[in-house]
Each structure stands twice: as structure tokens, then as C-alpha cells.
Ligand binder design. Sequence first.
Ligand code: ZN
Ligand code: ZN
Length: 357
Amino acid sequence: MHKIRLAGLRQDAAALELDAALVTTAPNIRYLTGFTGSNAMLLVTERQATLLTDPRYTLQAKTETAGSGVKVIITKGPLETALTPRLKKLRRIGFENDRVQYRAWEHLQRSLPLSASLHPLGAVIEQRRMVKSAEEIAAIRESVNINSQAFAAALTRFRAGMTERDFAAEIDYQMRLLGADKPAFETIVAFRKNSALPHARPGGARIDGNGLLLIDMGTFRAGYASDMTRCVHLGKVGAKTRNLYRAVLEAQLAGVDAVAPGVAANQIDRVTRRVLRQHGLDKAFVHSTGHGLGLEIHEAPRLGRADATPLQAGMTITIEPGAYIEGSGGVRIEDTVLITPKGVEILTPTAKELVVF
Ligand code: ZN
Ligand code: ZN
């Protein structure tokens, strides 16, 4: 599996007339070699793939990269020092220009032999990561299921008077109990007017009385992400909230319905936006419709206005339109879905009707 991925990168590097690709981003290194450590560099030339890491990872690097054909070099001190002699016969070296920080770029630049120079690799690895293998899809499926089970388990333990923070902790705890590596991002629990902030931080507000509660949660399982948003309502639902919920649900269903191989990512965004416009809520929808997810919680493609990437079977994406009314509250409904040769499979098993407590 890793050999095939490395071959893909070699093809992309050759197309860019590069002698080698230097990969320094952890999820890309994991994708290409299986190595999950935090400090590593991967140099991929036409004939060799070399992983440089430090002594903390001696055993882990050997185990995780077994069968990938990757040569592991353990080195003390800066990885660049061990890299330099390996760059001797190379001229054009690709680096992850979308990812590398300026300081790291400076370090790389300084470690180059005179004959070599750095060139942008672009997002070639991220492009290939968009379409998932059967194993990756299985991992995402499992992650999605754990996430939904954790949501259900946390809800049974909900008590009126809990703070947003208490309930977020309960959700994270349930994820772990069910086998998640960790939350895929900071769990969002937002009550009443806090739900109008798309990226609300759970705070000390007590979840009590009547009101809308928005929960956005995701897990990592075997390295793969899931992502889901649901709203529940405490007490009787007012007409305004009910209408807001129905409009967002209609947009979400229309978005999911429009997903199929060959459709441009931004077409899905147009579809959800059009539905919300019909309800006079287009200005209340302040983010994009969704994103790819896999080894990272946010990956390509982006389901926003600008990204015209054609959707392909094997991609895993979220569909998550929302509408936010300042001072009152917001609704977002989010599923993780898989693009199939025929259309779409909604992976998230949790029902989307507004749950009333
Ligand atoms: Zn989310
Ligand atoms: Zn999301």
C-alpha cells in the first residue's frame, strides 16, 4: 500500500521535473510510510525513500514502516544535519510549500549543498489523499460509528444544569471509552445564543430551561477522522427555532442529494446556499458547506465557493450547512458522507430530526 503511494509521489515529482520530494508534514509522512511519530523528514528520490527521525522513535519507526521499502535513519540532533549528505547528487528538490513554515524553510535552505535548490511541490500529496482506499474507508466508517455512539451515550448522561464544559467533557470521555484515539477537534457544545457562533468554545454557561443546544463533535480512530453536528432542544420548541431548523435540514438534505461523482465541489455549496436563500437565510450562512476528511479533520476538497474539484468515488466529505442568528441562536446539521460510484452514502447513522428533551 505504501509502495503504491510512494510511486504516486514519484510520478508527481517527475511531472514537476524534480529529482526528489522532501516531505515534512506528519499526516503526509504517515500516508506515505505508516510512520506516526511527530519528528521526521522523508526524502523520496527516484530509487529510494529515506525516513529520518530521532532516537525516541527507533523501534516505532522500524515497526510502522515495515514492508514499505522505506529506509529508516535514526539521528541525534537536527534532522537537517543528517539530510545534507543525502542531497549531494540531487539538483531540484520539491518541498511542501503550502505547509512548511518560514523558519523551517530557512533551515532547509541552509542545509542544501550548493548544487541543489528547493522548488514548490504544491499539494500533490493532498490531492492523492482525497480519494480513500478500502482500508481508509473502513477506518473512517469505524470512526463515524464511534462518534455517533459517543453522542448517544453522552445524551443519556445529560442532566439539566450541566455546563457546556461539563457536557463537552462527558462527550470526550465517551469517545475514549468507545475506542477513539482522541477527539478530532475541540468538541463544541453551545447553548442558546452561544450556538450562533459557528466555532463556539464550550464555557461555563448552564444548560438549563428552554433552548437550543448545538453539538459538533468528531473522533480520530486508527488515525482517521469523523465529524458530526447535531442540535437538540430543551423544552418546547418555538416556531422561529422550528423554522430555522427545517430550513437548515432542507439545505443539508439537498446538499447530500446533489453529491455524485463528477459534480464540482462548489456545486454542492451552491445547492445548500440556494435553499437557505429561499428561506431568507443566505446571509446567516457564514461558512462553507463542507470539507474532505481523513488523516486530518480538514482536507481537500473544500466545499466552498472557490473549489471546483470534481467529486470522485472514494472521497469522504462533510455536508454541514448552518444558519446563525446573532443574539438568538444557530443551527448546523453535519454528516460525514462517502462518494460512491453511483452517488453518495451517508456514513453518519445518527437521526437528523430535532431531538426534544
Ligand atoms: Zn463538525
Ligand atoms: Zn466539519
